[in-house]
Design a protein around this ligand. Structure first.
Ligand code: UD1
Length: 445
């Protein structure tokens, strides 16, 4: 009996050939974390909104599908997206889409604010820790919502069968970005005043507030730890542009620094990058302003190790922790990196060590001893930001680095390889056969 041989499954990998100098300028896309929450925020308005500077990302496509599943019309022309939420016809989000990405959970506040009901499965997203939603839930309860979880789905209703939430006082135990966003969106259409205390201060919160203000919301204090919202009855259409992606900008600055290259990133908001620029300066790497929204990294042969602790904004962003660690693997001396936000966000350590880095892990602390060189190796991107970290390490390593797990990278980096290639990096995406972990035993002849 002859065995049927199926053609093997294939998966994409990114091959990076290290050692190239980079040069030139790279255009930074709109911020992923803003774009996704603005898309969710468009649910609040029953007219069409136009949002420009939308990044081209798998996560944006997932959010588009999610909004479409709720009855919205979403059209895209290059970087401009028009979202018309007048056709919203359900408050129930499908599990297949929500489970793909945590940001889908950010529709809860907008759905609840607009319709008085939200039924959204508990979220998925990166495998970077537990990521509970208790702070979201307590905040929505403070605005008069009844919230419970049944069969993995969060059910939220306005208490007493009413349609509008009631403004309230939401104190957050921790300045969670997503919880601040969900509560802020819910409060824009609530009756009366809402105060969010210990609110997250990330630039993406300010962007969401500005978007809501452009639609007619009354919000003060976004960007501080106390946000005050006066609820309005309805919002209107608007034109809005997403802020530049500070995490993408930081990743490119790090790529320039590690390859000892002079490159410019534009357009950026330098003030959003303060904690990253401070650590680059401490390490001995100069970044200069080349105009109001342009930053240029100046090459230096040697740089020092620095200690980093990730914190809510304006502390050092957890999303830049792994790309910065790649830089520090080749620094003089040692660095201590403490991940304070997500317990599983150090999985890239093992991959960097495969490339010759010297990193010891003790719980959520990574001790990085600088080495003279990295060497290319097959590595696996373990989460979104780890994928950029491995590209950055690969650019500086001897020989070829082959990165798998590219679905993580595609979620959050707009054409990373195209942009890197534009700067002179040598890298290519190719398909390879998936090697089965449990190969079927050959059939005896
Ligand atoms: C957002 C960003 C993510 C970034 C993170 C921190 C998006 C789509 N994602 O994620 O890229 O890394 O902010 O800057 O914008 N927590 C709770 N209970 C909650 C909510 C959060 O315990 O109800 C904890 C989380 O487990 C985590 C910490 O708070 O340890 C920070 O999470 P949060 O700020 O909520 O991050 P996200 O909004 O999920």
């Amino acid at each position: 009996m002859s065995k049927t041989v199926n053609s093997p499954e294939q998966t994409p990998v990114l091959r990076v050939w290290g050692g190239q100098k980079l040069s030139g300028e790279v255009v930074i896309s709109g911020a992923k974390n803003s774009a996704l929450v603005l898309m969710a925020g468009s649910l609040l308005c029953s007219e069409a909104c136009r949002i420009s500077n939308m990044p081209g990302l798998a996560d944006v496509k997932t959010m588009t599908k999610l909004l479409s599943a709720l009855g919205l019309t979403v059209k895209r022309d290059h970087d401009v997206m028009e979202i018309d939420a007048s056709g919203l016809n359900t408050s129930e989000a499908p599990y297949e889409l929500v489970s793909k990405m945590r940001a889908s959970f950010f529709i809860v506040g907008a759905l609840l604010g607009r319709t008085g009901i939200a039924r959204v499965p508990l979220p998925g997203g990166c495998s970077i820790g537990d990521r509970p939603v208790d702070i979201h839930v307590r905040g929505l309860q403070a605005l008069g919502a009844d919230v419970h979880v049944e069969h993995g789905v969060l059910h939220a209703y306005v208490r007493g069968g009413k349609k509008r939430l009631q403004g309230g006082h939401a104190y957050l135990d921790f300045p969670s970005v997503g919880a601040t966003e969900n509560i802020l969106m819910a409060a824009t259409l609530a009756e009366g005043e809402t105060i969010i205390e210990n609110a997250a201060r990330e630039p993406e919160i300010v962007d969401l507030a500005n978007f809501c203000i452009a639609m007619g919301a009354k919000i003060q204090g976004a960007g501080t730890d106390k946000i005050v919202i006066q609820g309005v009855e309805r919002l209107h259409s608007c034109d809005y542009s997403v802020i530049p992606d500070r995490i993408e900008a930081a990743s490119f600055l790090l790529a320039g620094a590690i390859t000892r290259s002079e490159i410019t990133v534009a357009a950026v908001c330098p003030e959003h990058l303060t904690p990253v620029l401070a650590k680059l300066a401490e390490s001995g790497i100069t970044v200069v302003a080349d105009g109001p929204n342009r930053l240029r990294v100046i090459p230096t042969e040697t740089y020092r190790g620095v200690d980093i602790e990730t914190l809510p904004h304006p502390g050092f962003p957890t999303d830049v922790q792994s790309p910065f660690m790649s830089l520090l693997t080749l620094a003089e001396g040692s660095s201590v990196i403490t991940e304070k936000l997500f317990e599983n966000r150090l999985q890239h350590v093992a991959e960097l060590n495969r490339m010759g880095a010297d990193i010891r892990l003790k719980g959520s602390v990574a001790i990085v001893n600088g080495v003279a060189r990295l060497s290319g190796a097959p590595v696996m991107a373990t989460d979104l930001r780890a994928s950029a970290a491995l590209v950055i390490a690969g650019l500086a390593a001897d020989g070829e680095t082959v990165i798998s797990g590219l679905h993580h990278m595609d979620r959050g980096y707009s054409d990373l390889e195209g942009k890197m290639r534009g700067l002179g990096a040598k890298l290519e995406r190719t398909m390879v056969d998936v090697v089965s972990e449990n190969p079927e035993p050959a059939t005896a002849q």
